[in-house]
Design a protein around this ligand. Structure first.
Ligand SMILES: Nc1nc2c(c(=O)[nH]1)N[C@H]1C(S)=C(S)[C@@H](COP(=O)(O)O)O[C@H]1N2
Ligand SMILES: [Mo]
Length: 540
């Protein structure tokens, strides 16, 4: 009788080794899922599965590659991935068993595997500065799940041992009055519950992230391969346009630093070869353009400062880029808008719409464009690839439609855009404004010569003057950089002899029409914030 119980217990002990292997597999699944999820946000190519696959492709000797291609042909990559998956699964099972039998050996092995995959990822060509994040976060998540699962497995084992030892007497003497067999059931269920939840979450999160990443990054490859024709004209940057002052906003905002605002939960994937622009509504001729048609109209480069209506006083939701594109007026001219139309409703593939006054798009003196390039490269995916609108002088939400698909010529009376029923004006010219970039409010300053500097903008009128006031002193004229054009911001600075103590610095701008920036503070809704920026500086 007692021998029966013992062999039974041994059998169950061996079964628990299989559950330890399962714990390892689940932890590996959590590792991969967490890494894929992080990769989606910080480093598109940083997912460990494909990265390690690419790493293997890079390091296997040529004969092995040739053997694989000769043997498996077009299936060589799937075969590689399957082989890799099997290897990972075996290693994960071993790690689970190690952690069960000899903790913390499993954790250490998992940590080493994580470090190796991180090395494989960050040494890849084109790895971004955050490429380490997916495997590192994945490793941490995997270790946590492994530790928790094996701890539950140990508790289950201990309860089972007590159960065997305690047969005959009903109660185990560990302070819990419940029978040992009941406790064993509780611990077993705790293990399987955690294993089940972890495995299911890893599956859903990992596959979801992978699918989204694959769907969008194939467009990333298309974009990378895209060569835009050279523009027939380039932006001329006059000397003195860019001030060399530490802490000031660069004259051109890099694509990487350019603010991003949109309603898209995931970045839409639009293949230029499938892209079409419909121009319809109140037009004599409905037209449809392909990407080649558009680019074939001839590209020019335009410097324009884009501004978001959500920019608060002192905020950074604006940026200046060299946009490569075709004037909207040339496209509209082909369709020939009808009399009575006063608005163009531009539509994005994701359903977003913007209402732009027709004359802002047809005026010969305004460079409203359909942009395909940004700072010398095709539009980044997040900034509207392959085609977006950029209109000088209007906030982005009423003009700068990304992932553009349609221009509907219509009237403000007949149509309304995405933000109009949501509390924002149907028309929204950019309000002239100015910002202090340096010194920052949190910067420790010492007495002596100090440069106060920033940017000011009044698209499409241009900035005439920027004034700075220190404490209750007079408004002093700041020195302005040479403007590129009226559609871009200017930089400004003022030299100041800082004295110890607390000071207020305020800035205000005047545009070329002689209009002074509005002093009174108003919120961003319904048509943009106003107010002079005033910051506090501490000098000691
Ligand atoms: N499809 C689409 N286009 C859009 C938006 C959007 O939500 N969806 N937001 C607009 C707003 S509010 C602004 S300020 C600009 C921002 O452009 P950016 O993200 O390239 O800086 O895009 C505009 N174009
Ligand atoms: Mo915006």
């Amino acid at each position: 009788m007692s021998r029966d119980i013992e062999t039974n217990a041994k059998r169950r002990g061996r079964a628990r080794l299989a559950w330890a292997a399962l714990a390892g597999l689940v932890s590996a699944g959590v590792f991969l899922a967490a890494a894929e999820l992080v990769a989606l946000f910080v480093a598109r190519d940083g997912g460990p599965i494909l990265a390690v696959g690419s790493f293997v492709i890079d390091i296997v000797p040529r004969w092995a590659k040739e053997f694989a291609i000769a043997t498996f042909g077009d299936n060589d990559k799937p075969v590689l991935l399957i082989t890799l998956a099997v290897a990972v699964a075996v290693a994960a099972a071993v790690i689970g068993v190690l952690q069960y039998l000899r903790p913390p050996l499993g954790v250490i092995a998992l940590g080493v595997a994580g470090a190796l995959s991180t090395a494989a990822i960050v040494t890849r060509a084109g790895a971004t500065s955050l490429a380490w994040a997916p495997p590192v976060v994945g490793t941490i998540a995997g270790v946590v799940v492994l530790v928790l699962l094996v701890r539950r497995l140990h508790r289950w084992r201990d309860a089972a041992i007590r159960d065997v030892e305690g047969r005959g007497s009903d109660v185990v003497g560990v302070g819990d009055p419940r029978p040992a067999a009941v406790l064993e059931g509780v611990d077993r269920r705790a293990f399987f519950r955690l294993a089940g939840i972890s495995a299911a979450s890893a599956l859903v999160v990992g596959l979801g992230a992978r699918v989204v990443n694959a769907a969008t990054s194939s467009i990333a490859a298309v974009r990378k391969a895209l060569r835009l024709p050279a523009p027939s004209s380039r932006v001329v940057v006059p000397t003195g346009a860019e001030l060399d002052i530490p802490g000031i906003s660069p004259l051109f905002t890099s694509n990487r630093d350019f603010y991003r605002v949109d309603t898209a939960l995931t970045v839409p994937s639009v293949d230029p070869s499938a892209w079409r622009l419909m121009v319809d509504g109140m037009v004599d001729r409905r037209i449809e353009l392909t990407f080649d048609d558009l680019v074939g109209m001839g590209l020019d480069e335009f410097a324009i400062t884009l501004t978001c209506v959500s920019n608060e006083v002192g905020g950074d939701l604006l940026g200046t880029a060299r946009w490569l594109g075709v004037p909207v007026r040339e496209v509209l001219r082909r369709a020939s808008p009808q009399a009575g139309a006063d608005m163009v409703l531009s539509r994005s593939i994701d359903g977003f719409t913007a209402s732009t006054p027709l004359e802002a798009l047809t005026d010969d003196g305004l460079d409203a464009i359909l942009a395909v390039g940004m700072n010398g490269e095709p539009l980044p995916l997040e900034h509207g690839f392959p085609v977006r609108m950029v209109v000088p002088g209007l906030y982005g939400y009423v003009s700068a439609t990304k992932w553009l698909t349609e221009l509907k010529v219509t009237t403000f009376a007949a149509d309304e855009a995405y933000w109009t029923p949501r509390g924002y004006s149907a028309k929204a010219p950019i309000k002239l404004s100015s910002r202090i970039d340096t010194p920052r409010i949190d910067k420790a300053l010492s007495p002596g010569p100090t440069i106060i500097a920033g940017v000011a903008w009044a698209q499409p009128v241009g900035i005439e003057r920027v004034e700075v006031q220190i404490d209750d002193g007079p408004w002093e004229d700041a020195v302005l950089s040479t403007p590129i054009n009226r559609d871009t911001w200017v930089q400004w600075y003022l030299e100041w002899e800082a004295t110890a103590g607390t000071h207020y610095v305020a800035v205000r701008a005047t545009d070329r029409n002689g209009m002074l920036q509005i002093e009174e503070r108003t919120p961003i809704a319904p048509d943009g914030s106003t107010g002079w920026q005033r910051t506090l500086l501490r000098v000691s």
